[in-house]
Design a protein around this ligand. Sequence first.
Ligand code: ADP
Ligand code: ZN
Ligand code: ZN
Length: 731
Amino acid sequence: MIAEVIVDVLSSEVDKVFDYKIPSSCLNLTPGYRVLVPFGNRKIEGYVMSLKQNTDCPEEKLKSIISILDDKPLIIPEMIELIKFMKEKLYLRIIDGIRLIVPSQVRNKVNFKVERNILLKDDKYKDYLAKLSKRNKNIPLMCHFLKEVGKCKYNILVKKFGSANVSQLLKDGIVIEEKTRVNRLEHTDKISQSINLTKIQKNAVEDILNSKDKPIVLFGVTGSGKTEVYMHVIEKVLNQGKGALMLVPEISLTPQMVRLFNNRFGKDVAVLHSALSIGEKHDEWLRIFNDEAKIVVGARSGIFAPIKNIGVIIIDEEHDGSYISESNPRFFTHDIARFRARYNHCPLVLGSATPSIETFYKTQTKEYNLTEMPTRVNEKPMPKIEIVDMCNEFKNGNNTILSTTLLDKIDREIKNKNQIILFLNRRGFSSYLMCRECSYIPKCTECDANLVYHKDEGVLKCHFCGKKFKVLTKCPNCGSDSIKLGATGTQQIVELISKHFENVEIFRLDNDSIKNKNSYNEILNNFGKTKPAILVGTQMVTKGHDFPNVSLVGIIDADISLFNYSYKANETTFQLITQVSGRAGRSDITGEVVLQTYVPRNPVYLTSANYDYNKFYEKEINLRETTKFPPFAKIVRILLTSEDDNLAKETTHKLIINLKDFRIKYKEKFFFLEAMKSPVNKIKNKHRYQIVLRFANEVEDEVLNEIYTLLDKMKNNKLSIFVEINPSSLS
Ligand code: ADP
Ligand code: ZN
Ligand code: ZN
């Protein structure tokens, strides 16, 4: 027999299977096993993708597998199919697929955490003590202690009685050591019962369980009780002996969410997200792999969890941008989820209060099913959104970024001892610095990006690579010391607010205030405990949180996302406004929202202020249809990056010459073709070029195939090529 093996080398030239002979020592080999193979003059790891009878490889060149590395295949059969799907449809390299499916912690064999316990062997210790020198007091004390407690952790015993004494008892055979594997992440036992669903919720559960042939969109307003619906569905599939996969955006995977699931499902839950330590990820992955946990609660990468026999896949807040992986390997979580739901013939739930336009469109064309929950469980109305025209503020002599309306309301709510959330999607103190004399703007040396001023750290920071630079006091270009600040960021809001309201506690939540993996929760916990208090932050403050005392939400500059360079700008803005507004008035106090903008008549604001998703959708889908943007067309960006500027430029040039033929071939089905330096020319010293194409849906497969074939010919180790379909950002 012959095995087709993919070798674990990160190079696009070796990203294909190689044939190896299966020696008699490896006869139980099946696809999915990790093996050691000779490659060139090295021995490296590889994965068996398939088996076959014959090979075209000449006998004298054919090498043998050296050994099998694990006692079971690390890749389950479903995942082998998934890897092929990703290679063919998503242009991912096989080895990237494998690295997503078998994470590094597992490949690199992180050790299990072992707990050492000491216990008395039997009652012989009494004779032993009788013969012992009376001078040693600790040994008898230790024996009596162990008799009393049964067993004790090795470390604690050493601390209490000294390591020499513990070793002596071990050596003399009076005590024995017991080693047990412990899980690094603690999972509590099941403690809460499920609650009774409302009629609307019951309907949704029913609809979901009946939707095995198509994905189903759960369109439920914030507070409609979607989480409870998910948990009921999971309960049902668990009772059928199946597993469940529940994904949430990275950022809302707070301990509250994990606790909720732990309380309901106990040790059946495993958690996977990027804030776990390497050891924790390793343990959680293996608990799933070994069928010890049947429910996975995870962020984006959780979609690759090795869970078998899946009964439901849930993507909560399905519109969230974090489901798109924008760094290598690039993928869209929904694509992987659809594959897995098809493979397992199970429901795929896409839940949201503001489904993405493309997702909702599919419910209209019946490609997806739809179930709706239009009211909140507690029947409280959504908080009122007031639009404030910042042009008027300016005309009336207020040239700050905070309107008098917002300031008055903050003042009132502080007096009422309530909590306030202020949202501004720009971190740092100011977006850039600029010389007033010569317009010089400091930039990162590694990236083509303006540096952002961070006043609290006293540095200029690059938001693409994180590199820090000294703050300018003098312009290096003309020597002038007149330096101007760019647009306001979260740090400056905190400074402004604390000048207006001297004695109120202000918390800041953004990428910079998160110093370690606990800070996110610490900041939120402390805010939750303080009244009155103000929380200022970026997108992080918009998602998932349930603070009952928040009575006011201020959206400081809604236009930032509206004027973003993307065809999704309108929908992202609508989603953001709905989400952050949903943080106010969640309990007895009535909530209120102030939305500041320079374009108060924009339909996105008018519809979102009325929570009118359907009207927004109507307008937006018409716009997309007339302008030929997704879902009525496909946008493809081919991004080429390399440290070698010439190589990237020349390859782009070659590609564009080839792609020009598409125009002739596809005629009116091909709308647009453009090649340029990417808007951000350089990141981490890699030069970036991009080609953007737009074409009709019906030629998608054909066009993509041709693109992939073209790209295959241009492979080069010094160049990375990414293909993104309907990218959310073109920077
Ligand atoms: P969503 O995810 O749709 O925003 P949640 O699932 O967070 O809504 O539910 C909002 C609140 O309503 C939560 O506090 C939840 O515990 C509560 N809730 C949900 N369903 C019910 C129910 N059937 N009966 C009582 N309370 C419920
Ligand atoms: Zn200058
Ligand atoms: Zn940089």
